[in-house]
Ligand binder design. Structure first.
Ligand SMILES: Nc1nc2c(c(=O)[nH]1)N[C@H]1C(S)=C(S)[C@@H](COP(=O)(O)OP(=O)(O)OC[C@H]3O[C@@H](n4cnc5c(=O)[nH]c(N)nc54)[C@H](O)[C@@H]3O)O[C@H]1N2
Ligand SMILES: Nc1nc2c(c(=O)[nH]1)N[C@H]1C(S)=C(S)[C@@H](COP(=O)(O)OP(=O)(O)OC[C@H]3O[C@@H](n4cnc5c(=O)[nH]c(N)nc54)[C@H](O)[C@@H]3O)O[C@H]1N2
Ligand SMILES: [Mo]
Length: 843
């Protein structure tokens, strides 16, 4: 998929070719392995030359610094499978989109909260002094709390920020704003919004973020592994904490076993994934959004051919009897046979039967991804996968059952015996100054419905058995996330945004969210401040120091200092800092782990030795582990967290909510738009995936110019299109194309590929929104943001999660004059206005 675009005359010197699987020691020069004495917290950096060990969402690395400038990046020698993205991290510090100074949108500077909000997005800003920007921020908090109360202030919406136990940008924001007043919060996230709501009812836990069975046990015990809509090789490149990439070694072993026919791996995916290319195996190229019919037909086969585990169903589940009439068609007149499913999902009935028999023929591990729950009725996929696993009866056995988190956070690695570090806390126990009334509005909203909330104040929706009444949002604060990348239906969003009086963005990259903000505050990157982080996610392989690599650029301040100074304005500075400096916080976090380590028999050096000399501590390896094993061994003593303590194939709690779009057992619901003969497919025949990027973390690194040049096509974000669909449209690799539907249009660079089934295309999420006419709804995006094309409706009344994956588009060759790409150059600075004497009435 990526190979055609990796040779564009860009200097390839820096880029590793694919995942580096050789021992990194052969890549790392000996000088890099020397102790890091020179990097003490107190050292002057301006002229520093040397190597700094640090970490990121993309892994740990040694930064090569010359005269205070970060010039090169070498993967950490303990990371045997570093991602090529590590080379883009340096460019987070140095790129044209860095937020350099506090900036205020010109019309907001003139008229404050009464500004002309239709100008938002035109990207004209005025540089102001820090003190003034923070005065504005504080003034707006006061005004909104006094005039409207907490429900008008939205400040709990967080995102992928950066690693570091201290500098958690979202936590800093919530701690500081929470000291000033209460505010409107959010529930759930974009990642697993549907699965995390339904799985606790069905399987007793969220399942998505939990550790999975240790890979060595899977490799030893599984006969078949079914990877259902998941791409671990692509997605394990990043981690919420610093990833150690240790699972890649197991995927290599798996590839060996596939080659030797010891394990069969089957991918249910409309696309030949990076994992399939890495591991090998067979693909069931299901039509997009039709996995439920396929799963139901598997269940039907298991049932009618008597291949299901009756003892497991009897002892560990509840409600099977209420589900069977749906399978047989007794309840709705439609028998869920493979022949029925074939017409919808595009997989031959015989192939479906063979798949069901294969799964029942031995030990089968089911690995489910999350994209399938990021679509309409996404809850059904998660539920039905558990039901199929329950019918196979191997839940809790090594190498059997289901798992929903294998592609995330080093899952399947062996968790160490080390202590876990705590972090900076979002709550202080100190009362806020303002604690006003929510006036009958909800105190929280489901996160993916936040634009609906702005658009429809007063409206009541259903969410997880509750009424949620949208308040009238007036002010929103974003810190460590990028809603103008992550939210769906950009043009709807731009229109709704105009209702907000004041938007604050704390950022180090001039994202589209900054363009659509009123006050922009420049933050430092991780690499311009000190911090500490866990090395390895589920593996918790150790602790790594994240010392400053370079001095802060321009006027950037640490989130800690930004919010500390904000809190000073209302007398809560001490409450915010807890009376500690940043280094004291880092030391305390370390010492907490050190103390815990003693109880575990893990000896750690004192903080000074760790920080000044070692910089990295490795924990002793822990024991292998099997997910759901305790439940299987002792269902009475270790019940699941469901109402019945059992797996709920029929769930009374959900049935009692009375929702039409999520009922008492898993079902197939038609989508409002779908490819392959589904609704809207005549008009917009291609399902557009906006899966997670192979070359980025969401929108992060998109502004890394050199890295972007390694994958962009004609300077645009790639759109992957099947050879058949490309031929029918006269499109070739390298062409600039227009991707469009009734919601909007984007330009993108075509990559024609045999990896995609006809009727499916893909633009990775996170491509920066780059409007031709900034702020104008409907304007074409010159770079290729897929969220111009996605729809913004909830998955169902149960979870109200994002449905980004339910999007239909068409593509044509673009023959017009090519517009320049607008997204990556920062703001248009207006200088003929005196920022110190704004016309704005601060009342
Ligand atoms: N169409 C479509 N849309 C999607 C998805 C999809 O699959 N398809 N996936 C969704 C999912 S699962 C997710 S998790 C979201 C991700 O959505 P986000 O979390 O909003 O995405 P990021 O691009 O990681 O945004 C993080 C922002 O924080 C900034 N940042 C980094 N470090 C710091 C810091 O130290 N301080 C401050 N103040 N800022 C910092 C970065 O520059 C970046 O702009 O996207 C969602 N959107
Ligand atoms: N490189 C990289 N890794 C990441 C991230 C990143 O931004 N970059 N983000 C991280 C985050 S925050 C999250 S939430 C996770 C996301 O993890 P997921 O949501 O699981 O990942 P995606 O990459 O969106 O999609 C996974 C697979 O679903 C398949 N798929 C799409 N539609 C269908 C369908 O209709 N049926 C079937 N059967 N399969 C389908 C896609 O082809 C793809 O192979 O990834 C994490 N890992
Ligand atoms: Mo996510």
């Amino acid at each position: 998929m990526t190979t055609q675009i990796l040779n564009k005359g860009v200097s390839r010197r820096r880029f590793l070719s694919g995942l580096v699987t050789v021992s990194a020691a052969s890549v790392v020069g000996t000088s890099l392995l020397a102790p890091r004495k020179a990097m003490a917290a107190t050292d002057s950096k301006a002229t520093f030359t040397g190597n700094v060990l640090s970490g990121s969402h993309w892994g740990a690395f040694r930064a090569k610094v010359v005269d205070g400038v970060w010039v090169d990046t070498v993967p950490f020698e303990k990371d045997l499978h570093p991602t090529p993205m590590i080379n883009g991290v340096r460019e987070v510090v140095y790129n044209p989109a860095r937020v350099k100074y506090p900036m205020v949108r010109i019309d907001w500077l003139k008229h404050g909260y009464k500004s002309d909000t239709t100008q938002r997005g035109d990207n004209r800003f005025v540089r102001v002094p820090w003190s003034q920007a923070l005065d504005f921020f504080y003034h707006e908090l006061e005004r909104v709390q006094n005039n409207y109360g907490p429900s008008a202030l939205y400040a709990g919406h967080t995102g992928w920020q950066s690693v570091g136990k201290l500098h958690s940008a979202g936590t800093m924001m919530m701690r500081a704003i929470g000291l000033h007043g209460t505010y409107l919060g959010k529930m759930g996230d974009y990642s697993t919004g549907a699965a995390q709501v339904i799985l606790p009812y069905v399987a007793g836990a969220m399942e998505v973020y939990e550790q999975q069975t240790s890979w060595p046990l899977v490799l030893e015990n599984s006969d078949t592994i079914v990877i259902w809509g998941s791409d671990p090789i692509k997605n394990l490149q990043v981690g919420w904490l610093v990833p150690d990439h240790s699972p890649y070694a197991y995927y290599q072993e798996l590839a060996e076993k596939v080659k030797n026919k010891e394990i069969k791996v089957i991918y249910v995916d409309p696309v030949r994934s990076e994992t399939q290319k890495f591991v090998g195996g067979e693909q069931i190229a299901v039509n997009p959004q039709t996995d439920l019919p396929l799963m139901l037909a598997i269940a039907h086969t298991l049932y009618t051919e008597n291949l299901y585990n009756k003892d497991f169903i009897a002892d560990y589940t509840t409600g099977f009897k209420k589900f069977v009439p749906y399978l047989t068609g007794e309840s709705d007149g439609v028998e869920k046979t493979p022949e029925w499913a074939e017409k919808i999902c595009g997989i031959k009935a015989d192939e479906i039967r063979a798949l069901a028999r294969q799964m029942a023929s031995g030990r089968t591990q089911i690995i489910g991804g999350w994209c399938l729950q990021r679509m309409q009725h996404g809850e059904q996929y998660a539920w039905m996968l558990v039901v199929v696993a329950a019918m196979l009866g191997q839940i809790g056995l090594p190498g059997g059952g289901f798992g929903f988190g294998w592609h995330y956070n080093d899952a399947g690695s062996i968790t160490s015996n080390g202590p876990l570090m705590s972090g900076f806390s979002g709550v202080t126990g100190v009362d806020p100054i303002h604690n006003g009334s929510y006036k009958g509005y909800s105190t929280y909203i489901p996160v993916a419905r936040f634009v609906d909330c702005i658009e429809n104040p007063g409206e009541t929706i259903q969410w997880n058995g509750h009424d949620v009444t949208f308040p009238e949002m007036k002010m929103a604060i974003f810190c460590g996330n990028n809603p103008f990348h992550h939210h769906q239906d950009r043009n709807k969003m731009i229109k709704a945004w105009r209702k907000l009086e004041t938007v604050v963005s704390v950022e180090h990259q001039w994202t589209a969210t900054c363009r659509f903000a009123d006050i922009v505050l420049p933050a430092t990157t991780t690499h311009e401040r000190h911090d500490i982080e866990q090395y390895g996610n589920h593996s918790n392989a150790g602790i790594i120091a994240l010392p400053k690599v370079v001095e802060p650029m321009f006027e950037a301040k640490d989130d800690f200092d930004i919010f500390r100074e904000l809190c000073r304005r209302f007398g809560r500075e001490e409450a915010f800092t807890g009376g500690k400096t940043q280094m004291e916080w880092i030391e305390e976090i370390y010492n907490g782990a050190r103390l815990q380590g003693r109880g575990l028999g893990v000896r750690m050096p004192n903080f000074k030795k760790f920080w000044d000399e070692e910089g990295f501590i490795e924990f002793p390896e822990g024991a292998e582990w099997v997910r759901h094993e305790s439940f299987r061994k002792e269902p009475d003593l270790e019940p699941l967290g469901t109402a019945s303590g059992l797996i709920e194939i029929y769930c009374k709690t959900i049935a009692d909510m009375g929702y039409d779009d999520c009922q008492g057992h898993p079902m197939w619901f038609e989508k409002n738009e779908r490819s392959h003969g589904g609704p809207q497919s005549n008009k917009f025949p291609l399902n557009m995936q906006s899966t997670h990027p192979n070359h980025r973390l969401h929108s992060q690194l998109c502004s890394s110019t050199e890295l972007r040049a390694s994958y962009s096509v004609a300077d645009r974000e790639p759109v992957y299109i099947s050879a058949i669909d490309a031929k029918a449209r006269g499109i070739q690799s390298g062409d600039v194309v227009r991707v469009f539907n009734d919601r909007g249009e984007v330009l993108a660079g075509a990559v024609v590929t045999e990896d995609f089934k006809s009727g499916v295309c893909r633009i990775h999420e996170g491509a920066w929104y780059s409007p031709l006419e900034g702020g104008k709804p409907g304007t074409i995006c010159t770079y290729g943001d897929p969220n111009v094309l996605t729809q913004d409706v909830g998955s169902s009344k149960l979870a109200q999660a994002t449905t980004a994956a339910s999007a239909q588009v068409d593509i044509e060759k673009y023959t017009g004059k090519l517009p320049a790409i607008t997204g990556f150059n920062g703001p248009v600075e207006v200088t003929d206005i005196n920022p110190l004497f704004p016309a704005m009435d601060l009342e």
